[in-house]
Design a protein around this ligand. Structure first.
Ligand SMILES: *Cc1c(COP(=O)(O)O)cnc(C)c1O
Length: 399
């Protein structure tokens, strides 16, 4: 089987020992993705466990202020408070059909780990989440949530004690236990077939938007805007619209505490805007690296956007001009966080606030057109402590 590429991106840049596991996963996915029984059970979980479909909400007050019709796709209303559960439901179910009894995952801020713990508990898996010691210290609530749901949280003490070390440990576990274990990746990243699998499970977002916007407006939107860390909520809402060339797609990255040039890459998390080609976590993509090819750590107030790379398919869509990469910085995101709360009574996740911030910046320029859909990837309750500390000028909450 040859590995499909997204232009020059994607692939399987992994140690030989992982290849059989990836092949088995692809085979399992091809076997079950159209299986009526699998799809019926997937649908059941999405509906009764996750609470789908999520509303497409017309933000009347924002629309009035910014002079363009703005809709919010309410992924913040998914069980757990973000889009991440769409993917963990899909992959956990796939693992079950493939006869696996154990799930391993890595987590940075703990959001993906928590979503994995939810499906792990519900579907009866032994669930192990690897998390850097530093992240565990910073994210005690999510650690406790995972433990409540019966997940074993494994502290990673190696390297920088953060996400990338946790990924290495999770991979090591998978290789050792592949017989009964599925490795559940949290975004459209990693070696093939992960970017494809995660995109497909998240595409439920865009598929719903297609129907909902037709019903409400009788046409597709002029533009769709999504924040982008690894890129799963963006690919999920974009993918069903890729062939619709009149619909502009905007991927908004975190500009951290201010974007300038590539030399300042360490200040932000904008792989599409200023990254370079390289290999990260098993795939060729656009990443933040120094001139020696060392991965630079990204920085953003939103933990979920704090990733040094971006999914390979997004990198290619940016290269061929199908999507437009943009960015919003910490201050702009904070302002948007307040504005949506105040104007619509919806507290957005700091990640999603970047997409909102970009729309607020660009609405007047005409770039977005008259009908805009923003993917509201998550709710902001998890971020209140961060926001309070930021506003009190306590900067040690994030690097
Ligand atoms: C994790 C997360 C993101 C970023 O991940 P993507 O894979 O880029 O979607 C964005 N928003 C929220 C609320 C998240 O939890």
């Amino acid at each position: 089987m040859t590995t499909p590429l997204y232009g020059k991106y994607g692939g399987q840049f992994v140690p030989e020992i992982l290849m059989p596991a990836l092949a088995e996963l692809e085979e399992g996915y091809q076997r079950y993705k159209d299986d009526p029984e699998f799809l019926k059970e997937l649908d059941y979980y999405l509906k009764d466990f996750a609470g789908r479909e999520t509303p497409l909400y017309f933000a009347k007050n924002l629309s009035k202020k910014y002079g363009t019709r703005i809709y919010l796709k309410r992924e913040d209303l998914v069980h757990g408070g973000a889009h991440k559960l769409n993917n963990t439901i899909g992959q956990s179910l796939l693992a079950k059909y493939m006869g696996k009894t154990r799930i391993v995952a890595e987590t940075g801020a703990g959001q993906h780990g928590t979503a994995t713990a939810m499906t792990g508990a519900n579907m009866g898996f032994e669930t192990v989440v690897y998390m850097g010691a530093k992240d565990i210290e910073r994210q005690l609530m999510n650690v406790y949530r995972m433990k409540l749901m019966g997940t074993e949280v494994h502290t990673v003490e190696s390297g920088s004690k953060t996400l990338k070390d946790a990924i290495n440990e999770a991979l090591r576990d998978w290789v050792t236990n592949v017989e009964n274990t599925h490795y559940l990746i949290g975004s459209v990243v990693g070696p093939h077939p992960y970017p494809m699998i995660v995109r497909d499970f998240q595409s439920v977002i865009g598929n719903e938007v297609k129907e909902q916007i037709m019903e409400k407006e009788g046409r597709y939107p002029d533009s769709i805007v999504a924040c982008t860390g690894g890129g799963s909520n963006a690919m999920g809402i974009f993918h069903p619209f890729i062939e619709e060339n009149d619909v502009k797609l905007f991927a908004v990255e975190a500009g951290g505490s201010g974007m300038t040039t590539t030399e300042h890459a360490a200040l932000h998390s904008a792989s599409l805007c200023v990254g370079e080609d390289g290999v990260l976590h098993g795939a060729r993509t656009r990443i933040l690296q120094d001139k020696y090819g060392q991965i630079l750590e990204s920085h953003s107030i939103s933990a979920g956007l704090d990733y040094s790379g971006v999914g390979p398919e997004l990198a290619n869509l940016a290269d061929i001009g199908r999507l437009t990469p943009r960015h919003a910085d910490d201050d702009e995101a904070l302002e948007a966080f307040h504005e949506l709360s105040r104007m619509e009574g919806i507290i957005p996740a700091l990640e999603s606030s970047h997409a909102l911030a970009y729309v607020m910046k660009a609405a007047q320029s005409g770039e977005l057109g008259d009908l805009v859909v923003i993917n509201l990837s998550g709710r902001g309750d998890k971020d209140l402590e961060t926001v309070i500390k930021l506003e009190q000028g306590v900067k040690d909450e994030y690097p």
